[in-house]
Design a protein around this ligand. Sequence first.
Ligand code: ADP
Length: 222
Amino acid sequence: AKPKEAKQFAVIGLGRFGTSIAKTLYQMGYDVLAIDTSEERVNEVADFVTHALQADAKDEDVLKKVGIRNFDTVIVAIGSDIQANILVTVILKDMGIKHVVAKAQNDLHGKVLTKVGADQVVYPERDMGVRVAHALATSTVMDYLELSPHHSLVEIRTPERFIGQALGQADLRARYGITVIAVRKGDDVIASPGADTTFDAGDIIVAVGSNEDLNRFEGESR
Ligand code: ADP
């Protein structure tokens, strides 16, 4: 079933990142146009998107012909060819695409993308690196999501010392300054848990806080 607001997405560059975005959006029920210069890449995703097209996205005429202007969001997922990535972003903004999302290789590249009009800049490798690092450094951390440069959301396995304690007793807010927004017990989720919610072995704590406070909590939970 298509989501209510049938948004249309175009993904340019079908490396691992672009392919993953294109397939996922299509699975979610959206219309997805996938473009790559490589015929092989195009063939690989053709069965998993609405349309797949072999073309050089630097060619404005091609973009016009496929009616790129009708797309709500265009994702520039060209990777190593930074020049092409920037050029395509400029062309898309020039053509009046409302929402252009561009993948950056590094901070400087990201700055340039913002300057030329990209509406959203993403750093998939960097972000995934941060998440994996947290998961590796503290075996208790299962997932990690940056909310801002200073705040994050973590999923953390209940540390031994809190098992059997109620949330009110553990008092993570006073002790660490972090806020527990949910507790996962197997397939059950207790959203906005009360002070009487008890931590059992294997429970997953979903918490929000400053990176500093979360790191301290993670560190002491190793
Ligand atoms: P990843 O790191 O996500 O795997 P890559 O750099 O390997 O990214 O892949 C980027 C893709 O973008 C490649 O498949 C490449 O063929 C494609 N690409 C590069 N330049 C263009 C362009 N001008 N137009 C369309 N696709 C392009």
